[in-house]
Design a protein around this ligand. Structure first.
Ligand code: DX5
Ligand code: ZN
Length: 221
């Protein structure tokens, strides 16, 4: 069975003064999803964009799903606001929610897909109890908070473990990786079992978005 890979450019590294145009351009360049990083200056030491920006960008994304990555604590109120703002998938860090199962159910009740995100030093144990309820697992290959950091190699082992759990459960769950992904390491990340790749600085840091996305697809084979 061949894997359908997805490239999800993170608009964290886009030009914030021209976000609508950036979203249109990166989709025209071949992006599959738009990765939307939400930081609250509390769970992570940075502050980005909220549900009003998501609602404003939704028409620019066309049919491309908006993949919201919440780096916020608490989770539930903002998750609901992003569901109302047109998010297609909402992921949060389980260590940021007191009641992880309730947060997942609330996201799905709003018609969105739900994902759990794992920091570089966070174990996958919560999946023992949550894998039957989620649509996506997001493995962080950098510490969350900033774009442009280097890929942490231990993420590869965690991706392998997450892939085994997905295969054992047999459900259709996306395995996404976020942080430090570039054309020259994406094949290793795919070989470990990932099928969805976030890339911020690698794409928006270059003038030719299509050139970078094409070279990522070539590396994926
Ligand atoms: C980091 C964010 C990432 C970030 C990735 O906290 O979750 O999505 O934008 O950026 P790069 O690809 O530059 O590592
Ligand atoms: Zn992210």
């Amino acid at each position: 069975m061949s894997t359908t890979y997805r490239i999800a450019p993170s608009i964290l590294s886009a030009d914030f003064a021209r976000l609508g145009e950036e979203v249109r351009n990166v989709i025209a360049a071949g992006a599959d999803w738009i990765h939307f990083d939400v930081m609250d200056n509390h769970y992570v030491p940075n502050l980005t964009i909220g549900p009003m920006v998501c609602a404003a960008l939704k028409p620019h994304a066309g049919t491309a799903p908006i993949d919201v990555h919440l780096m916020v604590q608490p989770v539930d109120a903002l998750a609901q606001a992003f569901a109302d703002a047109g998010a297609d998938c909402i992921s949060f860090h389980p260590d940021a929610s007191t009641h992880v199962h309730r947060s997942v159910q609330a996201i799905k009740a709003r018609g969105c897909k739900a994902g759990l995100v794992f920091n570089p030093a966070t174990p996958l144990d919560v999946l023992d109890w949550m894998i039957d309820d989620i649509d996506l697992i997001l493995i962080m290959s950098v510490n969350p908070g900033f774009g442009g950091q280097g890929f942490i190699d231990s993420a590869l082992r965690k991706i392998e473990q997450a892939r085994s759990r997905i295969d054992a459960c047999g459900r259709d769950i996306r395995l996404e990786v976020d942080g430090g992904i570039k054309p020259d390491n994406i094949a290793r990340v795919a070989a470990a079992g990932a099928d969805t790749f976030v890339a911020g600085s690698a794409i928006f840091g270059k003038p030719d978005y299509k050139g970078v996305i094409d070279s990522m697809r070539r590396a994926l084979g």
